[in-house]
Design a protein around this ligand. Structure first.
Ligand SMILES: *Cc1c(COP(=O)(O)O)cnc(C)c1O
Length: 390
């Protein structure tokens, strides 16, 4: 049996050993505090589950769903974009339902990347942008996210020759893994660049509604003219604790929506219609109290973790968005060794920064998707692990 050559384009996974050690520790019954994966620990809102149950009983929902998403979901997405950002989109031509935004990001690469094409990919980043570019035969061109630039890419540093062969640029704010946020002024410059070089600007907005301290994140479609070049990916996963449900949507440029739809029509058959109705409920009828509860929960965890880590000498600022902390590793460690050290001496699971790209080296990521008391305990254990040394 021979696998396709494209599979070999995905770089070797460097963290298998770390994963194996984690599994082994769990099997030995060690009490692990998992701050590794960004997967909300809180339940989906009751009302959303109720809609799923009701809709699941209706025979008309048992048939193949619409490829591009039920009109009700596309209309709800358009209404939400209007209410939340003041952005007008046509639910028929500028919105498409997704089986989670990861699916949409992956298929966008298949719709827009040929061999010889570049995609511009933040480094560090969610690994899907680069790996799906590689699977589609293209070349990801890394845009370093540096602390001194507020973890925004330096758009002026991208060589013109690369820009001329670029078909897609990926951005993601509020950002995973750095937890940085972007202002409209930055989006404006990115849109101008995309228009000048005529590439698709993909904004992954998975954390757009997970912000704190009064900060409200913007849609890239708020920039005048953005719809000529931009496609924005929204996900129900993180704001509504729905990672397992697999539902999201993309909004923006009609040609891009159409191209993505063409790939999807030939690949999947859309998401279960009952789940789409549940997503409508989440988007349009989630009480403000739920959002406030989630924001204050993550804020309390963030503040506990930041205060604890600072008392141990880590330099970390409280981020305004996401449920991550992006923390410099102590002097003398690389990110993988430090993550392994925390696992084996403290039973604390973190993500090594290098897992998100070369520029992630020197950092580790904490996902605050576990209870505040456990986070405090994790910080105490990290303190003891620092004393143990190597
Ligand atoms: C979690 C995450 C996603 C995936 O969201 P789904 O809608 O569950 O597929 C996309 N992008 C980033 C940056 C994420 O962290």
């Amino acid at each position: 049996m021979r696998t396709a050559a494209r599979l070999k384009r995905i770089p070797p996974y460097l963290f298998a050993e770390l994963d194996r050690k984690q599994q082994e520790a769990a099997q030995r019954g060690i009490d692990l505090i998992n701050l590794g994966v960004g997967d909300p620990d809180q339940p989906t809102p009751e009302a959303v589950i109720d809609v799923l149950c009701t809709e699941a009983r209706k025979p008309e929902n048992h048939r193949y769903p619409s490829y591009v998403g039920h009109t009700a979901l596309r209309t709800a997405a358009a209404q939400w974009m209007q209410q939340r950002f003041g952005v007008e989109v046509d639910p028929d031509t500028e919105v498409i339902a997704l089986i989670g935004s990861k699916e949409g990001i992956a298929h966008t690469c298949w719709a827009f990347v040929d061999s010889g094409d570049y995609t511009l990919v933040p480094d560090p980043a969610y690994p899907v942008y680069a790996n799906q570019t590689l699977l589609a035969g293209g070349t990801p061109y890394p845009m370093p996210l540096r602390p001194e630039n507020g973890f925004l890419p330096d758009l002026e540093a991208i060589p013109q020759a690369v820009l001329e062969q670029t078909t897609v640029m990926f951005l993601n704010y509020p950002n995973n893994p750095t937890a940085a946020v972007a202002e409209l002024e930055f989006f404006e410059r990115a849109v101008a660049l995309a228009r000048r070089y005529n590439f698709l600007l993909c904004h992954d907005a998975a954390y757009i509604d997970l912000t704190f301290d009064g900060y409200r994140a913007s849609s890239i479609l708020e920039i005048p003219g953005a719809k000529e070049v931009a496609l924005e990916f929204h996900s129900l996963s993180k704001p509504f604790n729905m990672t397992g449900w697999r539902i999201g949507f993309a909004v923006g440029n009609a040609q891009a929506v159409g191209a993505l739809g063409k790939i999807k029509t030939n690949t999947d058959s859309g998401q279960f219609t009952a789940i789409q109705f549940a997503a409508v409920e989440a988007l349009l009828r989630t009480p403000t109290a739920f959002r406030e509860k989630m924001a204050s929960l993550y804020r309390a965890r963030r503040d506990a973790a930041v205060a604890g880590l600072r008392s141990l000498g880590f330099e970390v600022e409280p981020p305004r968005g996401t449920f991550y902390l992006w923390v410099p590793v102590p002097q003398g460690w690389n990110s993988l060794d430090f993550a392994e050290h925390l696992l084996t001496t403290a039973g604390v699971v973190v993500s090594p920064g290098a897992a998100f790209g070369q520029q992630g080296e020197g950092f580790f990521r904490l996902a605050l998707t576990t209870g505040e008391e456990r986070i405090r305990e994790a910080v105490r254990r990290i303190g003891r692990a620092l004393e143990v040394g190597r």
